[in-house]
Design a protein around this ligand. Structure first.
Ligand SMILES: NC(=O)c1ccc[n+]([C@@H]2O[C@H](COP(=O)([O-])OP(=O)(O)OC[C@H]3O[C@@H](n4cnc5c(N)ncnc54)[C@H](OP(=O)(O)O)[C@@H]3O)[C@@H](O)[C@H]2O)c1
Length: 277
C-alpha cells in the first residue's frame, strides 16, 4: 500500500486527515511544524523521497496577523508550496495541497466554481493563491482542494469561538453578510481518500452541503446547545478587523461530487453531531 506523509499534522485539519488515512489502512507519517518546516527544502526533500503521497495541511492561518507578517505568511503559504511542488516534480510524487475560499473576493452571491475568477482581499488569501500557482507551475502531479469555514476538534474555529463568547457574554453581534458552509474537517479528510487512492489531479472545491450566514450558524449553535445568549445580526463593515473577508464563500462542489464515494452531508447535521461530542 502506498505510504502517505501529512505536513502540518498537528493542525486542526492535519490531525483529522492523518486519522482518516490510518483508518483507511494507509501507512501514515505525521509531521508537525517542529518535525518538518515546509520552508526548509532539505527537510521537505526527505519527506518527499520517503513517501508516495504528500498532503500539505501546513499553513500560516492567522488571517488578521498576516496583514503585519506579510513575509512570513508568503514564505509558508506560497514559497513552501512551491518548494514541495518542485521536489515532488523531480521525484514524480503526488501532492495534495489544501487551499481556501479566501482566494476569492467580491464575487456576488452565486456558488463559486473552480473556474470562477479569484481576487483575494487580504495578505493570507493572496499567499494561498500564490501557493496554488507555485505548486501548479512546479509541474508536479497534484490536486488542490479548496475548503472553507472548517471546524474540528483539534483547533480554534468559528464554532468554538461562538461557544466561548456565549459562555461569558449575554449578547453577541455576528455578521449576517458572510455566506458559506460550516464544514467538518473529518469530512474534508474523508473527501481526500479517493484522491490519495487514485492520484486524481486538478483543482476542486469541497464544503459540506447547504449555505448559511455566520449569524444563522451562530443562532443554530445557540439553539442546539440551549444557550441563554441574545445574538444580533450585523454587517462585516461594523467590525474593524485588519483583514477584509470575502462575503461570498458559497462553493459549487459539483466537480468533487463526481469523485467522492459519499454524499456530502448537510452542515446542520454535522454541526449538531460535532456539538454533541
Ligand atoms: N480553518 C479554516 O477555516 C480554513 C478555511 C479554509 C482553508 N483552510 C486551510 O486548511 C489548511 C489547514 O489549516 P487548519 O485549519 O488546520 O489550520 P491550523 O490548525 O492553523 O494548522 C496549520 C498547521 O500548520 C503548521 N505550520 C505553520 N507554519 C508551518 C511551517 N512553516 N512548516 C510546517 N508546518 C507549519 C502549524 O503548526 P504551528 O501551529 O506549530 O505553527 C499548524 O499545525 C490550510 O491550508 C488552511 O489554509 C482553513
Amino acid at each position: 500500500m502506498k505510504s502517505v506523509a501529512v505536513l502540518g499534522a498537528k493542525g486542526m485539519l492535519g490531525c483529522d486527515v492523518a486519522a482518516a488515512l490510518k483508518q483507511a489502512g494507509y501507512p501514515v507519517c505525521s509531521f508537525d511544524h517542529c518535525a518538518v518546516d515546509i520552508t526548509d527544502p532539505v527537510a521537505v526533500a526527505e519527506v518527499v523521497s520517503g513517501h508516495d503521497v504528500v498532503i500539505n495541511c501546513a499553513a500560516y492561518t492567522a488571517v488578521d496577523q498576516a496583514e503585519h507578517q506579510f513575509d512570513l505568511c508568503q514564505r509558508i503559504n506560497a514559497v513552501g508550496a512551491g518548494i514541495l511542488g518542485c521536489l515532488a516534480a523531480i521525484d514524480n510524487k503526488y501532492v495534495i495541497q489544501i487551499s481556501t475560499d479566501f482566494v476569492f473576493g467580491e464575487s456576488g452571491d452565486v456558488p463559486l466554481l473552480e473556474s470562477s475568477p479569484v481576487n483575494p482581499l487580504n495578505v493570507y488569501g493572496r499567499s494561498k493563491y500564490l501557493g496554488e500557482r507555485m505548486l501548479t507551475q512546479s509541474g508536479c502531479r497534484c490536486a488542490i482542494i479548496r475548503v472553507a469555514w472548517t471546524y474540528g476538534h483539534h483547533g480554534a474555529n468559528f464554532i468554538s469561538k461562538i461557544l466561548e463568547l456565549a459562555s461569558r457574554l449575554p449578547e453577541l453581534k455576528v455578521v449576517n453578510d458572510q455566506i458559506g458552509t460550516p464544514t467538518a474537517t473529518t469530512n474534508v479528510a474523508r473527501a481526500l481518500l479517493p484522491f490519495v487512492e487514485r492520484e486524481i489531479t486538478g483543482l476542486y472545491h469541497y464544503t459540506d452541503r447547504g449555505y448559511a450566514s455566520r449569524y444563522e450558524v451562530a443562532c443554530f449553535i445557540a439553539a442546539c446547545k440551549g444557550l441563554n445568549v441574545k445574538i444580533n445580526p450585523c454587517l462585516s463593515s461594523e467590525f474593524a478587523a485588519p483583514a477584509q473577508r470575502p462575503l461570498n464563500s458559497r462553493f459549487d462542489c459539483s466537480k468533487i461530487d463526481t469523485v467522492l464515494d459519499f454524499e456530502r452531508p448537510d452542515w446542520h447535521d454535522e454541526v449538531k453531531r460535532f456539538l454533541e461530542k
